[in-house]
Design a protein around this ligand. Structure first.
Ligand code: TXA
Ligand code: MG
Length: 344
């Protein structure tokens, strides 16, 4: 049966959708909900059978842990064995928001959520609908991005419906996600916070929220750095990929771009160029996507554009490389993964 789809753009619709989503979640179902980063596929984090539905729906490997979503400090504390000092600082600075804190796990969090590991990722999302559902439920929601494993994250309800519409009871349509790429994941279990997955809260902003001196390099735990991405358990390179083969390149004119594509022998009609500064205008490349040149707007637009390239039948996507810099690190990371063909 196709998923029920509920909109939330009036107070009455919002309330009705909260009630419906919370009822399904209490009954042990997994449902797709909007968050400010990407859409999540949520289930009761205390209930291993409910969480198993998430893995089944996504085809997600069991070794990849889930993020638990909370909407108040007590619920966050209930998920953690204890709350490290950097967790307190970063939560105060960035919650609610697109930041996931990896902390020692409370025994109450089932193994299936953490993939058996000793830590749990916790996020207090900023999206008012997600917050309202968590409050109505009274339990935390385990929620990965609401896409099939190894595919692009959804940033609107249509993306969720295209991948999971036949297997979910409910998709709540909150419109386009405001951030557009997944949260920054930071491990705060060690002496220095470590960025495991860069995002729109930059390593620099994280360091700035920590006491002076936190950045001092420290053997096993280098300070958070833009562009450096230590491994998260189960974090596959092949994540976040569109169907079309994607490469990232730089060119200063169309001849250079044509040279980048010279070996491909693909019909130019099947090639999509995603550019933010050096935009081919001659018509030699019929499919050109102009994406905004500031990082926030770029992140908001990126997955939607890649989804559109896939839907349009692109065989090849060439994305103009983004600038260096900490505010671009999350975007550069997702482009690197989207370009990867190696599952590790
Ligand atoms: O913005 C987001 O984070 C979205 C929304 C729905 O909140 N969620 C999301 O979940 O992106 P997912 O499952 O697609 O990605 C979670 C990432 C994975 O790379 C996972 O390995 C990592 O977080 N992760 C989760 N728990 C972890 C843990 N205990 N230690 C290290 N990494 C962890
Ligand atoms: Mg994901």
């Amino acid at each position: 049966m196709p998923a029920e789809v509920l909109s939330i753009h009036t107070p009455a619709l919002f309330e009705a959708a909260v009630t419906r989503a919370a009822a399904l979640l209490r009954a042990g179902e997994a449902v797709a909900l909007p968050t400010e980063t990407v859409y999540g596929l949520a289930a009761n984090a205390w209930d291993p059978a409910a969480v198993a539905r998430i893995y089944a729906a996504k085809g997600r490997p069991a070794h990849n842990p889930l993020i638990v979503h909370v909407a108040d400090p007590d619920l966050a504390a209930a998920c953690a064995a204890h709350w490290p000092p950097h967790a307190a600082l970063l939560a105060r600075a960035f919650w609610p928001g697109p930041l996931t804190l990896v902390v020692p796990r409370s025994p109450r969090v089932p193994d299936i959520v953490t993939a058996g590991g000793p830590t749990v990722g916790i996020r207090w999302p900023q999206h008012p609908f997600m917050q309202a559902v968590i409050r109505a439920c009274g339990f935390p929601l385990a929620a990965p991005s609401a896409n099939l494993a190894n595919r692009l994250s959804p940033t609107c309800a249509a993306h969720v419906l295209a991948q999971l519409g036949d297997v979910l009871p409910l998709v709540v349509d909150g419109g386009d996600c405001n951030v557009g790429i997944e949260s920054t994941v930071v491990d705060v279990t060690g002496p220095v916070p470590r960025v495991l997955r860069p995002g729109m809260i930059s390593a620099e902003a994280i360091l700035a929220a920590c006491p002076p001196g936190t950045g001092a390099p420290d053997g096993d735990h280098p300070p958070p750095q833009a562009g450096s991405t230590p491994r998260s358990p189960g974090q596959l390179d092949l994540h976040y990929a569109p169907r079309a083969r994607l490469t990232v390149g730089t060119w200063s004119n169309e001849a250079e771009l044509a040279r980048l594509l010279a070996d491909d022998r693909i019909d130019p009609a099947r090639i999509w160029i995603v550019a933010h500064s050096s935009v081919p205008m001659s018509g030699r490349f019929p499919n050109v996507v102009l994406i905004p040149g500031d990082p926030e707007a770029y992140a908001r637009a990126l997955y939607g554009e890649l989804h559109r390239c896939d839907e349009a039948g692109a065989e090849r996507i060439v994305v103009e490389a983004v600038p260096e810099g900490t505010e671009w690190a999350g975007i550069a990371d997702r482009l690197r993964r989207a370009a990867s063909t190696v599952a590790s």
